[in-house]
Design a protein around this ligand. Structure first.
Ligand code: FES
Length: 570
């Protein structure tokens, strides 16, 4: 048997210059773990487990892991778990996005280097899902993902609470003096009370729905609550499906295609999903040489309705979405717009899946295509002299009265500057100004944090101002809301036009025209450009991963992946 045809433990041998010795040594060391000879002849399903004590969202993974293993055994495979790094959203500094590419590299290399015939990816918290899909796409071994599933909601008095839209809602009230310190301390203990990912259509839930739409996870699994018994059954079914992929291999490159990526964009728009998802989907597709253009996003957005009434855009939570019909119900409404010939991990096509009985759909949570929540998609890309390569606005979570507006720019040149001045009672700011944050993009020292949701200055929030236009090269949490223009590319740190904005300049937003413009004449902009001095620490003064990141990270419109991780051109 050639090395290429080898299965199970015989795959990818450690090189000692003597193949038979390598087999002998590997069998001997594998036997030391208590496996019988019979078991060691089985094909292997690796299980990439991103459990971590620093990841609350994955706290139930030990139980899910057992269910995945049971499924693999049922399918005749040998399940072998291996750890990868994990990205617990709120435990990472400066921001989890900085480590998404590291996790993708870890996942890819461990899939490739270790002997396995297929792999189950156990992810969930925001960046873990795209990181695993990026790694699996590059490794291109048959792979299937099972996500953590969302948290259940909790209660505070009569209010239903779910991380993390309500985290922000109550923090805003606290800043405005409507909630006391005692109350906010109480609320803090009730926002996130079970295992699982954030309870709204934030980044984690959006990415789970995207993974299911792409065909990389089993139908119906994205929205099952983390603590529901169905999630364990889904984990078992995932293990079984992975074992079946060994004899019927379907590779990520056969599943993640131009067509399935377009389907995923449609679903993202119909969900009113997270702005982060556009960066992640671009990065996943990019690993297979598939470009996601923001112009195409706009074309799809013009004809894809918002169907899902979930926070932060609507009023419900992920557990409601699950009981309302989940991703399947959304896909059925979008059916005429979708490419139905896309293959999935089961071997079936999307069309096969949608030919099955729809089951119950709660129209209060998932609207029909005939009576959508909004006629146009949740996200829109803006272009103009302020964002030549694009910026993103989540229009479904924004205040429509601000969509066609010109205002005075109030500029903060860094996150430190923002936190120092935003609540200064002497800050010259009015409700119809436009807040601008510079140097928070991927190449900035802050590494593109979720800081685009600039707080409303206290002097305005205390007077009842709830939304203002905010513009930055940062990201925004998928659980946040407001008229927030994000991902401005090129970013300020590399001298993009955002770096040239000064307090007092006029900025014009037109969602109708899909533009964001800096109303300063070209000559003056040219003068400012000549005077521009980068404020980032040069890559040569950094070391390790920080240096690789500084040298390699691409702009937001390219998915913030690393240049070296792109496929080699033939
Ligand atoms: Fe993990 Fe929100 S913190 S999904």
């Amino acid at each position: 048997m050639s090395e290429q045809d080898a299965r199970g433990l015989a795959r990818g041998l450690t090189n000692y210059g003597d193949k038979d010795f390598s087999v002998y040594l590997r069998n001997s060391f594998a036997a030391s773990m208590g496996y019988s000879r019979e078991v060691l002849k089985k094909p292997i399903v690796g299980i990439a487990n991103s459990f971590s004590g620093f990841n609350n969202c994955h706290r139930h993974f030990p139980e899910m892991l057992e269910a995945v293993k049971r499924g693999v055994l049922l399918g005749g495979g040998l399940p072998i778990e291996f750890p990868t790094i994990s990205l617990g959203e709120v435990f990472l500094s400066p921001t989890s996005l900085k480590f998404r590419n590291l996790m993708s590299m870890d996942t890819e290399e461990m899939i490739r280097a270790q002997p396995m015939d297929a792999v189950v990816l156990m992810g969930g918290c925001d960046k873990t899902v795209p990181a695993q899909l990026m790694g699996a796409a590059s490794a291109d071994l048959p792979a299937i993902q099972i996500v953590a599933g969302p948290m259940m909601t909790s209660r505070y008095g009569e209010e239903r609470l779910g991380a993390c839209t309500d985290c922000r809602r109550f923090w805003g009230k606290y800043r405005a003096g409507e909630v006391s310190t005692e109350q906010i301390n109480d609320i803090e203990g009730r926002l996130a009370t079970t295992a699982g990912t954030c309870a709204v259509m934030g980044t984690a839930s959006t990415m789970a729905c995207i993974a299911e739409t792409l065909g990389m996870s089993l139908p119906g699994t994205a929205a099952i609550p983390a603590v529901h018994a169905d999630r364990l059954r889904a984990a078992e079914a995932t293990g079984l499906a992975a074992a079946r992929m060994i004899d019927n291999p379907i590779r990520p490159s056969e599943i993640i295609t131009e067509k399935s990526v377009e389907n995923a964009l449609r679903v993202l728009l119909a969900l009113g999903g997270s702005t982060n998802a556009i960066i992640h989907l671009t990065a996943i597709a990019g690993r297979l040489g598939i470009a996601v253009s923001l112009e195409r996003l706009n074309a799809l957005s013009d004809e894809t309705p918002v169907l899902v009434n979930l926070k932060p855009v609507g009023s419900n939570y992920m557990e409601d979405f699950f009981f309302a019909g989940g991703v399947g119900a959304v896909l059925r409404e979008l059916k005429p717009l979708l490419h139905l010939d896309c293959r999935t991990v089961t071997g079936d096509t999307l069309g096969d899946r949608l030919a099955e009985d729809a089951g119950y759909v709660d129209r209060k949570v998932i609207a029909s295509a005939e009576a959508p929540l909004e006629e146009e998609g949740g996200l829109v890309a803006l272009f103009g002299n302020l964002a030549p390569r694009g910026a993103i606005l989540k229009r479904s979570a924004a205040d429509r009265s601000l969509f066609e507006k010109e205002g005075r720019a109030i500029v903060f040149n860094s996150l430190a500057d923002l936190s120092e001045r935003i609540d200064d009672p002497d800050l010259d700011v009015a409700a119809d100004d436009i807040l601008v944050l510079q140097n928070a993009g991927p190449r900035s020292d802050s590494g593109m944090p979720e800081a685009g949701y600039l707080p409303i200055p206290k002097k305005l929030s205390s007077k009842g101002v709830r939304d203002m236009i905010r513009v930055s090269d940062a990201r925004m949490s998928g659980t946040a809301f407001g008229t927030i223009v994000l991902h401005v590319a090129p970013e300020a740190a590399v001298g993009g036009p955002l770096a040239l904005v000064r307090t007092g300049d006029r900025i014009k937003l037109s969602v109708k025209d899909k533009t964001i413009s800096l109303l300063v004449d070209d000559e003056e902009l040219q003068r400012r450009k000549v005077a521009f001095k980068p404020s980032v620490q040069p890559a040569s003064e950094r070391r390790g991963y920080d240096r690789i990141y500084a040298e390699q990270v691409l702009q937001a419109d390219e998915g913030c992946d690393f240049e070296i991780m792109q496929p080699v051109k033939a």
